[in-house]
Design a protein around this ligand. Structure first.
Ligand code: TIU
Length: 223
């Protein structure tokens, strides 16, 4: 039998084999975690996401030690914005929008400083960095191909924000047959109450989209 880890989780233990499991880190970009990016443009207090970084660093270190597939995603658009739906560009009716110049470069545009992943979680050689135009990581990307080609059946899902890109991606993954564990302290929201409810929505109804546990439960269960 393959080496499995059993993580105490909601609604019951999550069992996985590191060889068939990928760590997915969603949108840990400067534009969401630091001032003057997309998150702040939307009216949010970006400091609320900072507490996800330290536990996520530990999980990323453990995944690297185990040789797990690691996938980083970034939400953003081509410099010419041809992949940006007008609906997304104009939503919020703000003074600034996606593509507007800011201190960290053009907001949510690929290649700009603010669009890239924070230094504390910088990808290393061999890790996939996947650019996505939408909230879900499967939409208009080659994520499913990459997972299937690597024999991945299970996902450990982390990143920001819990009720937006993490939720959308977990729902997309669940519909494609992937078994998802979402880490409660490695995900974060600008709205603490949305974070709590989003996690409950995942594990309710017998695990309708997946499982929820904290990073300590995962790390203690690793082989
Ligand atoms: N606004 C918000 O909560 N999130 C996003 O726009 N994108 C992600 O969640 N990455």
């Amino acid at each position: 039998p393959p080496p499995t880890a059993s993580v105490p989780a909601e609604p019951y233990a999550y069992e996985f084999d590191p060889a068939t499991t990928a760590l997915v880190i969603i949108d840990m970009q400067r534009d969401f975690l630091e001032p003057e990016g997309f998150g702040e443009m939307l009216g949010n207090d970006v400091s609320l996401l900072a507490k996800t970084v330290e536990p996520l660093q530990k999980v990323l270190g453990a995944a690297r030690d185990l040789g797990m597939l690691v996938i980083h995603t970034r939400e953003g658009h081509r410099p010419d914005l041809t992949d940006l739906p007008p609906s997304k560009r104009d939503r919020g009716k703000g003074e600034k929008t996606i593509g507007s110049p800011g201190p960290k470069g053009r907001i949510l545009v690929r290649g700009e400083f603010g669009h890239d992943i924070i230094d504390d979680l910088a990808p290393i050689e061999g890790e996939a960095v996947l650019d996505k135009p939408g909230k879900g990581a499967f939409y208009a990307t080659d994520l499913e191909l990459l997972l299937k080609n690597n024999g991945i059946t299970h996902l450990i899902v982390t990143g920001v924000t819990t009720e937006v890109c993490v939720h959308t991606t977990t729902r997309e993954a669940n519909d494609r047959g992937f078994e998802c564990l979402v880490l409660s302290d490695c995900t974060g929201s600008y709205f603490p109450e949305f974070h709590e409810m989003a996690l409950k929505m995942i594990s309710a109804q017998g695990g309708i989209f997946g499982w929820v546990a904290d990073s300590e439960a995962l790390l203690s269960a690793l082989p």
